[in-house]
Write a protein that binds this ligand. Sequence first.
Ligand code: CA
Length: 225
Amino acid sequence: MRLLLVEDDKALSAEVAEQLERHGFAVDTVFDGVEAAFMGESEPYDAIVLDLGLPELPGLDVLKQWRSKQISTPVLILTARGAWHEKVDGFRAGADDYLSKPFHVEELLARLEALIRRSKGVAAAQIECGGLMLDEAMQRAEQVVGNKKIPVELTGIEFRLLRYMMLQPGRIFSESHLLEHVYDYDSEKESNVIEVYISRLRKKLGKERILTRRGQGYLFNPEKP
Ligand code: CA
């Protein structure tokens, strides 16, 4: 899952980005409204965290601009302006959620995870498909065998990749699409890296969990193999 974090307080931005990355998100950070507007339009984020008080262009205007251009990425406003009428303005401008500073990182994470699940059409509180469950807090998978759950440890990228695919089981993702959603803008991307991680996931979870569609990409098998 890839996030855009728009926050002009650089110390806060670095702290929040680090926490989000530690919890399995790829994060791009921008520090003013103009750059935010541009990045939100041009990169395929799974969610955006938006501060309102920003240099160059206010956050509310950035949000209105995205919505007028049909950018439907879920947006969570994170701001010190927590009065009820400011929240109403935020929602009317197209926000999906609102969190006032100061805040607990756990709450931000829980809200983001819920927002993203919902935007991908997942109603359940946990990502689960075909006898495989994801523990987002522990960043690992659990194979359900009989009435037992067998944990499967995952590396950071394996977890990101699996979580992304499991949110839309049965949907085919190209390698470039997966690259854009598990890595941030600045990271070095080797051309065969997705192939490598898919094969590692198959070794851990069983070959039939992730299927290949030649010339199209990969999909998480919605059927229990
Ligand atoms: Ca600010």
